[in-house]
Design a protein around this ligand. Structure first.
Ligand code: AHR
Length: 509
């Protein structure tokens, strides 16, 4: 196997833009077993819970310092009518979840339950409002219900449902995928709708809303341009609270096509590299959307939000195709590692990102067994945990003067080593991924502008890319101390075994 040695320069004293903690955001949709059976089992369950919310899931997720949780969808959001999900549970309307398996939704998990979940997690709520089949009044009343103090119709309703004080809910999504499941609109049509919805979603008191317009699919830069043009027209920005403050985009990674996405656990080396090449394209995606935004907003006041990302595989055999339940391997972990490196590099424009989704759906952190209730932490979970020190840290540029090792995948060059770094509270955190399926690499960190001591390192890897965790083997892929870091006269040499994710931390003096 070729052994790659990669020189990388990091000036630890030259702080770049702050990495918003919100790029480590999450997403929970009423889809499959994400909410019901995942986050929520109901108060009568044998599984320990608080108000129906699973405490083992909460405990596991608290270790990730989840900054925000997007809810209730996804496509579900544009069919969700929030008033169906408040008040006594036995009186709540039942609806059909037409997007996700056509199952009946009893609305037992609604606004109050979601806010309780956010409080348990210590996460900020990000509510995705209904533009597709809702009304401006409905969304504006939801804002009033959640965030207004004093006396008004929605405040009275909230109090009647047992909540005196308003909540703090800053983040509001104005619909979801409005080019598709959220209303099949054209960009021009939606941009006008978004302006209207933004106008009537009011900031009450200290609760200043941050409104996020539903954005493009993948590389549809025209959609972003249309939304940005509308902002230019009104002069926009955060100070103008009648408009949106950010635009979103969604990007999923798969080995195959939408029609045949590929198995989560049974894949060839070729499919692995195709996956990694697609994951790495998130850099091109963010660069493209950011470039469009720069033309209208060179001061970077409008945020870019990647509020759905992650792997999307063919569902696990024997599970409901509408539930999007998939396993999660070492390959998924590396997809996450690559995304985070890219996010850190785009810290000047990317204000939030949300992995799809947190529990039991797509690239999840946590999988729960529907029969035994057993909980498993996925390889992706471990990347979120190992990387959490980057949240709200100052990004540090990583220069690789000799380039990065690469291989050609479907006509494109895929860098097989990925590195990002940040500093916070006098500590350096470097994340490194070796995407090479079989060959090791060494990264020679040339640390300038400070010395780094008290170095610790952890590694996530496994014998096979297909390795994953199950209730029987929960730690098949789990982090452990990494002995492969040595001091050099310039800094540190970090050994990266094949298909591994490594973090290195140290105190900067
Ligand atoms: O995350 C699953 C689905 O993917 C969401 O509901 C939708 O927004 C996207 O197409």
């Amino acid at each position: 196997m070729p052994h790659n040695v990669v020189p990388a320069v990091v000036n630890v004293d030259l702080e770049g833009p702050r990495i918003s903690r919100h790029v480590y955001g999450h997403f929970a949709e009423h889809l499959g077993r994400c909410i019901y059976g995942g986050f929520y089992v109901g108060p009568d369950s044998d599984i320990p819970n608080e108000g129906g919310i699973r405490l083992d899931v909460v405990e596991a997720l608290r270790a990730l310092d989840i900054p925000n949780l997007r809810w209730p969808g996804g496509c579900f959001a544009d069919e969700y009518h929030w008033k169906d999900g408040i008040g006594p549970k036995e009186d709540r309307a039942v609806m059909v979840n037409t997007h996700w398996g056509g199952v009946e939704e009893n609305n037992h998990f609604g606004t109050h339950e979601f806010m309780a979940l956010c409080e348990l997690l210590g996460a900020e709520p990000y509510i995705s409002g209904n533009v597709g089949s809702g009304t401006v009044r409905e969304m504006s009343e939801w804002v009033e219900y959640l965030t207004r103090e004093g006396d008004s119709p929605m405040v009275r309703l909230r109090k009647a449902n047992g909540r005196e004080e308003p909540w703090k809910v800053e983040y509001w999504g104005l619909g979801n995928e409005t080019w598709g499941c959220g209303g099949n609109m054209s960009a021009e049509q939606y941009a006008l709708e978004a302006r209207k919805y933004a106008t009537y979603c009011r900031s009450y008191g200290e609760n200043k809303l941050y409104k996020i317009a539903a954005g493009a699919a993948d590389f549809d830069y025209g959609w972003t341009e249309t939304l940005m043009k509308q902002l230019g027209h009104l002069g926009c920005q955060r100070v103008n609270n009648s408009m949106y403050h950010a635009v979103s985009v969604h990007y999923y990674t798969m080995a195959g096509t939408w029609a045949d996405k590929g198995s989560a656990t049974e894949f060839t080396e070729e499919e692995y590299y195709t996956t990694m090449a697609k994951a790495a394209r998130v850099d091109e995606l963010l660069t493209g959307h950011a470039n469009v935004m720069d033309c209208y907003d060179p001061g970077k006041e409008v945020g870019l939000v990647l509020d759905e990302w992650g792997t999307w595989w063919t569902v696990e055999p024997g599970t409901n195709p509408g539930f999007l339940y998939q396993q999660n391997t070492m390959r998924d972990a590396l997809v996450a590692g690559v995304h985070f490196d890219v996010f850190h590099r785009h810290a000047d424009r990317l204000v939030m990102a949300n992995i799809a989704q947190t529990v039991n759906v797509l690239q999840a952190m946590v999988l729960t067994d529907p029969d035994s209730g057993a909980l498993v932490l996925t390889p992706t979970y471990h990347v979120f945990e190992m990387n959490k020190g980057h949240q709200d840290a100052a990004s540090l540029r990583v220069d690789t003067p000799a380039g990065l090792p690469s291989r050609e995948v479907e006509g494109r060059e895929l860098s097989t080593v990925s590195v990002s770094a940040s500093r916070k509270d006098g500590r350096l955190l470097v994340s490194l991924s070796n995407l090479d399926a079989e060959g090791a690499a060494d990264v020679e960190l040339d640390l300038r502008g400070g010395t780094v001591g008290e170095v610790t390192s952890r590694i996530l890897t496994a014998g096979a890319l297909q390795a994953h965790n199950t209730p029987e083997t929960p730690d098949a892929v789990a982090p452990r101390a990494h002995e492969g870091v040595t001091a050099t006269d310039k800094g540190l040499r970090v050994h990266l075994p094949a298909h591994s994710f490594v973090t290195v931390e140290g105190r900067i003096a």
